[in-house]
Design a protein around this ligand. Structure first.
Ligand code: FAD
Length: 478
């Protein structure tokens, strides 16, 4: 791709400053590196660094930026917090980065039954504001203190929440305002509480991998908070744990809101940090929900009935919320703790099983890194959202590896992830479908499926301005 020459770059920057003012346009090398990095360990390449970072405050400004970008034929990358685990925030070409963090308004319309948030709002802040009003935000990622609502909406992740319990994030999004890659602003969906039947434009944006437009506002239904009951089970063998979860589904138990798991050795790390004795086996812990405390406890009993049939070492209610908090945070801190302790970079995959093959898939993820030239040299850690049949096998990539090895390690991880999700006929349910997963998408849905998306994009984005490279794939071999 042709780089902008100095003169054109100067003209571009001037035009952007005219839109958002001098204060909100940066060409500093520091800012360009910061906004060109993602969570992966390999180095940024100078020739791929963004030209310029822009912080708009309104959809109308994004619209103007898009029009200018089309004029200059320069790609635009939308950036929330840059925590994408699918590689969507490591850009393949130099371009304009729109940082959404100035757009952080959150407004409640309780008499309509929804709230509207801008893309730069941080998930945790929105969660807390919902809680203060007795509402539940239907998205709960491990990155909640940093991830932006725009990033989460673009991925359509409900994260730790089990889809089969209350649905996916998009089920609660009544509509969005979005700026198309050519600059038009559109509104989708409804102000009612019933989402459209038939064609619903919202779906092109929520779960759209940032390919078809910039979400500038989302209308989210206010779901009343639930009463919760908490449970815990420990299994000597992972196979029994997998069969217990299968049973929960097969025996039509009320689906828990959350059901997390940690393999024994991985769990011991989290337990140690939280000052608990190591568990005697691999653990699962879960939350049943109801409209009253009694209903939640009754549902928990029903779940436990299934789990107990696979001979756990222990399976019970958790009545002490402190114990629950310790377990939950033990699970959440494992990654960052082992990274700090070992001065390494934690990197995990997202393997999703189908229901029938869960025990076999569990066995496969236990051996996730076997046979891989680089990753097999590293110790495997294993945890995940077992209620969603999702496993996150991960490794610590040593900081002293060279850049070429970092790159190869990331490619190995995604190649094995692809193989396993293809084997089980599934797909990632959290981090989005493109960027490092473009090859997966092509294999899973064929060239016909992939071309459908390419053609949608070509119609909406004829100059391939928005998030260029994400659809084409940007594994670090490219
Ligand atoms: C420690 C850690 C834990 C994590 N835990 C989870 C987890 O439990 N579950 C989970 O699903 N993910 C998890 N993630 C991944 C990540 O946080 C999510 O994918 C999140 O959705 C990304 O948000 P972001 O603001 O960082 O988006 P970014 O990385 O900035 O962007 C992600 C994609 O969304 C697009 N995008 C951003 N804003 C907009 C917008 N306004 N309009 C259109 N497109 C937009 C970007 O262009 C890009 O393609 C985790 C990441 C880390 C580092």
């Amino acid at each position: 791709m042709r780089r902008l020459n100095e003169k054109d770059l100067e003209r571009l920057v001037r035009r952007l400053k005219d839109i958002v003012s001098d204060d909100y346009v940066s060409t500093s090398l520091f800012e360009r590196i910061r906004c060109g990095l993602d969570v992966y360990p390999y180095a940024v390449q100078r020739e791929k660094l963004p030209y310029v970072i822009v912080l708009p405050e309104a959809a109308s400004q994004i619209s103007e930026i898009m029009r200018v970008a089309n004029e200059f034929r320069v790609p635009v990358y939308v950036r929330g917090s840059g925590t994408s685990l699918a590689g969507a925030s490591r850009y393949k070409f130099p371009g304009i980065v729109i940082n959404t963090h100035r757009m952080d308004a959150l407004e409640f319309f309780e008499d309509y039954g929804f709230a509207e948030c801008e893309p730069g709002c941080i998930c945790y802040d929105v969660m807390k504001a919902f809680e203060e009003r007795g509402a539940f935000l239907p998205v709960a990622p491990g990155s909640k203190v940093i991830a932006s609502m725009g990033g989460l909406l673009s991925n359509n992740t409900s994260a730790h929440i089990i889809d089969a319990s209350i649905g996916k994030f998009s089920d609660f999004v009544l509509g969005v305002e979005a700026v198309l890659p050519t600059g038009e602003i559109i509104e989708t969906g409804t102000k009612g509480l019933r989402r459209p039947s038939g064609t619903d434009l919202t779906k092109f944006f929520v779960g759209g991998d940032g390919l078809l437009g910039v979400i500038t506002k989302a209308r989210i239904r206010l779901v009343p908070t639930f009463f919760k009951a908490h449970g815990y089970a420990v299994y000597e063998e992972l196979d029994a744990l997998a069969r217990a979860v299968q049973r929960m589904y097969m025996e039509h138990r009320p689906m828990p809101l959350y059901m997390e798991f940690m393999e024994k050795e991985t769990a011991s790390i989290g337990y140690e940090i939280k000052g608990m004795s190591p568990p005697p086996g691999s653990v699962i812990f879960f939350v049943a929900i109801g409209a009253s405390q009694q209903e939640a406890e009754d549902k928990l009993d029903l779940i436990l009935q299934s789990l107990k049939k696979e001979e756990p070492l222990e399976a019970r209610h958790i009545s002490d919320l402190n114990e629950w908090e310790k377990l939950w945070s033990a699970r959440e801190v494992i990654g960052s703790f082992i990274m700090q302790k070992n001065e390494s970079q934690f990197s995990s995959a997202e393997i999703v099983s189908n229901l029938k093959d869960l025990p076999a898939c569990m066995e496969d993820v236990r051996h996730f890194n076997e046979g891989l030239p680089l990753l097999s040299q590293l110790k495997l850690y294993l945890f995940g959202h077992i209620g969603s049949l999702t496993m996150h096998p991960g490794v610590l990539i040593p900081r002293d590896w060279d850049d070429a090895s970092f790159r190869k390690a990331v490619v190995e991880k995604f190649t094995r992830e692809t193989a396993l999700n293809l084997k089980y006929g599934t797909c990632g349910g959290e981090w989005g479908q493109f960027a490092h997963r473009a090859d997966f998408f092509r294999q899973r849905y064929g060239e016909t499926g992939y071309n459908m998306v390419r053609q949608f994009k070509a119609v909406v984005d004829p100059n391939n301005i928005l998030n260029r490279g994400v659809l084409e794939g940007n594994l670090p071999v490219d």
